[in-house]
Design a protein around this ligand. Structure first.
Ligand SMILES: Cc1ncc(COP(=O)(O)O)c(C=O)c1O
Length: 485
C-alpha cells in the first residue's frame, strides 16, 4: 500500500479542493447499464496475490540506500524554484495573491468549451475547469489525477506499505527513458530478456550499456539462468547490474506472461543481488487467461520496483496516457528530470485520463471490451497459422498483441523480411528489431492488432511460401568445406 504520508494526504486533498476540473459526465444511464452488466471490477483489476510476500531475509531500502542506484547525471539534478512554486500554488489551499508564477493568464486562451464523446458518456470542459485543463501544473502531474491513480494502484496491486509515489508520463516510452536516465551510467550492465522491446534498446544505446540478455521460455524469463549469470559475474568480480527491465505480461516481442512463481523468484534475486526492477506492463489489461498474476509492484516488500503503466494499447496511443509508480526517493529524482525535460506532461491529456480512471466500472467495462476485441483477433490469427504449426514452432500468446515465430532451416530472416516479403506485399518485423546487437536471427514477430480478418489467411499463405523459398535457398547454399579458410 502507499504509505499515507503528509504529502500523500495533501495531494489527495489538493486533488479534491484545489484543482477545479469538474467533468460534466452526461452519461446515458441506459447505455452505461447495458455496457456494464457483467463487470466485476475488483476481479478485473486484481493484480495481486492472496499469498503473503513477506520475506524476513530482506529489509526494505531506506532513503539513503537509493543513493547507490542513481546515475551520476541524475544525482546532479536539483529542483527548479519556479516548479516548486507551481507545486506550492496547488498545495496552499487558499487563494493567494501571487506575483510569483510565470503562468499565462487563461483569459488569452482562445478555447471556450471542449466536449469529447466516449462510447458511454460525454466529457465536457468549460469555464474554470477548461482553463485549468489548459494551464501549467506540477511536474508530477495533475494533482487530482495523481490522487486517483494512487487510489487505483492501491486497489489493483495492493503493494506492500512503503512510501511510494506516482508521476504522470508522456507514454510508457517516456517512463522507460526516465528510468534509464535515473539509473544507468555509461558502460553499466543492464538486465533484459534475451529479446526485448526496441524502446529499451533505443534508450540504452547512447549509454553503451552492457546488455545482459536472459533467455526465456513460454513462461517468460528463466530465473535459474538469471541467478547463474549474476552468480558468475559476482564470482568473476564483474560490475553488477543495478537495473532489470522486464515486460511481465504479453511481452513485446515474445508474447509471454511470466508466471507468479517466476515473478517471486526474480523478485527474490533482485533483493539478493541488489538491483531494481523496471516493470513495463502496457499489456496488463490484455491478459487472455483467467489467471490473476501478481505484478512485481504487488510483491515489492523492499521498495525495488518502478512500475510503468500505459493506456496506449487500450485507450489511445496518441493521448500518451501513462504513469510511473515508484518508491518516493526514486520518484523525487524522476520529478527533477521531468522539471528539466518537459515541465510536465500535457495537462489536457491528463484531464482526459482523469475522466477515464475516475469511474472504475466504466473503465473495466471498456478494457474488457478491448481484451475481447484483441482476443478474437488472436484466435483468428491462430486459426490462420494452424497449417504452419507442424513445421514452425510457436505458442499462442497468453497476453498482448504478438505471435513470436522461429523459422527453422533459415539462419537469418533479414533478407526474407526486407526483400522477398516486401516484394510480395507483406510487411513483417524480424527478430533483429528486439536484439541489442547485430547478429543473424531466426525469429519473426507477427502483430494481430490491426490486420483485417479477411487478410489473415492470405498473409499466412504468403508467409508460408516465403519461408519455403528461404529454406530452399539455405539448402542450396554451398556448404563451406572444413578446409576452407
Ligand atoms: C513493452 C512496451 N513498452 C512501452 C511501449 C511504448 O508505449 P507508449 O505508447 O506507452 O509509450 C510499447 C509500445 O509498443 C511496448 O510494447
Amino acid at each position: 500500500m502507499f504509505a499515507t504520508t503528509k504529502f500523500g494526504k495533501a495531494n489527495a486533498e489538493m486533488g479534491r479542493r484545489l484543482f477545479e476540473i469538474r467533468t460534466v459526465a452526461l452519461v446515458s444511464q441506459k447505455q452505461l447499464m447495458s455496457s456494464q452488466k457483467d463487470v466485476n471490477v475488483e476481479d478485473f483489476f486484481k493484480f495481486y496475490s492472496d499469498k503473503s510476500s513477506h520475506d524476513d531475509r530482506y529489509k526494505p531500502l531506506s532513503g539513503a540506500d537509493y543513493d547507490r542506484f542513481f546515475s551520476q547525471r541524475s544525482a546532479l539534478r536539483e529542483p527548479a524554484i519556479t516548479r516548486q512554486i507551481t507545486s506550492l500554488s496547488y498545495k496552499v489551499g487558499k487563494e493567494m495573491i501571487s506575483l510569483a508564477e510565470g503562468m499565462p493568464n487563461e483569459q488569452v486562451f482562445p478555447f471556450t468549451s471542449l466536449s469529447l464523446e466516449t462510447k458511454s458518456s460525454t466529457f465536457k470542459l468549460e469555464g474554470k475547469a477548461l482553463a485549468s485543463a489548459l494551464q501549467y501544473i506540477p511536474s508530477q502531474g495533475l494533482p487530482a489525477l495523481v490522487a486517483e491513480l494512487t487510489a487505483f494502484q492501491n486497489e489493483a496491486h495492493r503493494p506492500p506499505k512503503l512510501p511510494r509515489d506516482i508521476q504522470v508520463t508522456n507514454g510508457g516510452q517516456h517512463g522507460i527513458y526516465q528510468c534509464v536516465e535515473l539509473l544507468v551510467d555509461v558502460g553499466d550492465p543492464v538486465i533484459t530478456s534475451e529479446f526485448a522491446y526496441t524502446g529499451i534498446h533505443a534508450a540504452l544505446k547512447p549509454y553503451k550499456a552492457e546488455i545482459i540478455g536472459i533467455s526465456e521460455d513460454k513462461d517468460g524469463m528463466i530465473p535459474e539462468t538469471l541467478d547463474s549469470v549474476l552468480g558468475e559475474r559476482l564470482r568473476r568480480g564483474l560490475k553488477m547490474p543495478k537495473m532489470l527491465y522486464i515486460i511481465p505480461t504479453g511481452s513485446n516481442p515474445t508474447g509471454t506472461v511470466i508466471t507468479e512463481e517466476r515473478r517471486r523468484q526474480i523478485y527474490e534475486l533482485a533483493c539478493r543481488y541488489d538491483f531494481l526492477i523496471v516493470e513495463d506492463d502496457p499489456y496488463v489489461f490484455l491478459n487472455y487467461t483467467d489467471r490473476h498474476t501478481p505484478s512485481f509492484l504487488s510483491l515489492d516488500t523492499c521498495g525495488r520496483v518502478l512500475r510503468l503503466d500505459s493506456f496506449s494499447k487500450v485507450v489511445s496511443s496518441g493521448l500518451r496516457a501513462a504513469w510511473i509508480t515508484a518508491p518516493s526517493p526514486l520518484l523525487y529524482r524522476l520529478q527533477l528530470h521531468m522539471q528539466a525535460e518537459l515541465l510536465h506532461s500535457c495537462t489536457l491529456a491528463q484531464a482526459i485520463l482523469l475522466h477515464l480512471v475516475s469511474c472504475r466500472k466504466t473503465l473495466a467495462s471498456h478494457l474488457m471490451g478491448a481484451r475481447d476485441f484483441y482476443g478474437k483477433r488472436r484466435e483468428a490469427l491462430n486459426t490462420a497459422l494452424a497449417p504452419l504449426a507442424a513445421t514452425i514452432p510457436f505458442h499462442k500468446p497468453d497476453a498482448g498483441l504478438f505471435y513470436w515465430l522461429r523459422v527453422p532451416g533459415v539462419e537469418d530472416v533479414y533478407n526474407m523480411v526486407f526483400h522477398t516479403a516486401l516484394q510480395r506485399g507483406l510487411m513483417l518485423i524480424p527478430g533483429h528489431a528486439f536484439m541489442p546487437y547485430n547478429a543473424p536471427c531466426q525469429y519473426l514477430r507477427l502483430t494481430f492488432s490491426k490486420i483485417k480478418y479477411e487478410d489473415m489467411d492470405s498473409a499466412v499463405r504468403t508467409l508460408a511460401e516465403l519461408i519455403k523459398d528461404e529454406q530452399q535457398k539455405t539448402l542450396q547454399k554451398p556448404k563451406r568445406l572444413a578446409t576452407e579458410g
